[in-house]
Design a binder for this molecule. Structure first.
Ligand SMILES: [Zn+2]
Length: 334
């Protein structure tokens, strides 16, 4: 039978084609599965290897650089033992500037030995043009000049990891404080939230309000004792007062060594150092040497007269308090 045999042959061909197609599909599926498995195994190995490296600390996630703010006053700098050395027209002021620059450089070199850092240095004495900036460690950013609303803490904000106060002195009226004063000769006393503070205490309040701890402070022995009554920090003693105008000096080279070593210690312990706890609003009370200054300042809205030489103010923030205090003792004069 001719017709059925042709049909059978045709069916046979069709079946063969189908079988071939199925075989090739089976092969493709097989190879796809093997390729996917291979990729999966490779990915797994990569993840495992990475975890091993991180576990073994071979791969280190880089830390952002430490941000350190340094405020530098002059009376407490190593090697400075007379008022004239801190005065622009005085004997040995040029040497005073060198000594100030070297104290800062000792600390800055220790910071950069510790690790990558961003360091801002704020000149904080008198007209705030004292450091020899061409001889400062060239890795720092330097703020110079004194018409700045935040004075000794200009440039400090919550982005900093720590602050360091260099060359500081005790507050006005302190026995055995070398060149002790607060702000200027016109101030007899300053209280923040009823706590008496000097420049160190006032600046620590500002730093504290911005969540920045003070990790190190240097100055004369009496300053360091007084400052640690308020702030839990490390201090380096640079001299001991023999009365308010005379000091027995520690040699600058020896002070530099201690500044470097203490900076290292301070940075090692940076995460354990807490900022000063500051309650806002802040009550400011400031007593002046003369009644005339209080006569003038009582005209500022919100300022009240406490007695002949004392005024008070409630500031909403420590920043507001700081600016007003600076205005009162420095930019208003009579
Ligand atoms: Zn000062």
């Amino acid at each position: 039978m001719e017709a059925p045999s042709v049909l059978a042959a045709f069916r046979l061909v069709l079946r063969k084609h189908k079988a071939q197609r199925e075989e090739s599909m089976r092969l493709v599926t097989h190879w796809r599965f093997r390729r996917d498995s291979f990729v999966l195994v490779l990915t797994g190995l990569a993840v495992l290897f990475n975890a091993m490296l991180v576990g073994a600390e071979i791969v280190q996630v880089p830390n952002p650089p430490l941000k350190i703010f340094i405020s530098v006053d002059m009376e407490g700098i190593s090697g400075i033992g007379t008022p004239k050395m801190t005065n622009g027209t005085g004997k040995d002021y040029a040497l005073g500037r060198e000594l100030m620059t070297e104290d800062v450089n000792a600390i800055v070199s220790a910071i950069f030995e510790f690790g990558p850092a961003e360091v801002v240095v704020n000149d904080s004495h008198g007209d705030m043009q004292n450091l020899l900036h061409t001889r400062l460690d060239e890795r720092v950013k330097y703020i110079q000049g004194h018409i700045k609303p935040l004075g000794m803490v200009q440039g400090l904000d919550e982005s900093f990891d720590a602050a360091i106060f260099v060359g500081y002195h005790a507050r006005v009226g302190t026995k055995d404080g070398f060149l002790a004063h607060t702000g200027s000769g016109s101030v007899r006393g300053l209280w923040l939230n009823d706590v008496e503070v000097g420049e160190g205490g006032m600046n620590a309040h500002y730093a504290g309000a911005h969540g920045v701890p003070i990790v190190l402070a240097s100055g004369d022995l009496t300053f360091t004792r007084q400052f640690r009554e308020l702030v839990n920090t490390r201090t380096v003693v640079t001299k001991e007062a023999v009365g308010s105008l005379v000091a027995q000096l520690h040699h600058p080279a020896e002070v530099h060594q201690r500044l470097r070593a203490t900076t290292h210690e301070a940075l090692e312990a940076i995460t354990n150092t807490q900022p000063l706890d500051v309650t806002e609003p802040v009550t400011v009370r400031i007593r002046f040497a003369t009644t005339t200054r209080a006569d003038i300042l009582q005209s500022i809205p919100g300022v009240s007269r406490i007695d002949g030489i004392t005024v008070a103010y409630e500031a909403q923030t420590m920043t507001e308090a700081y600016k007003l205090i600076r205005l009162m003792y420095k930019f208003v004069s009579w």
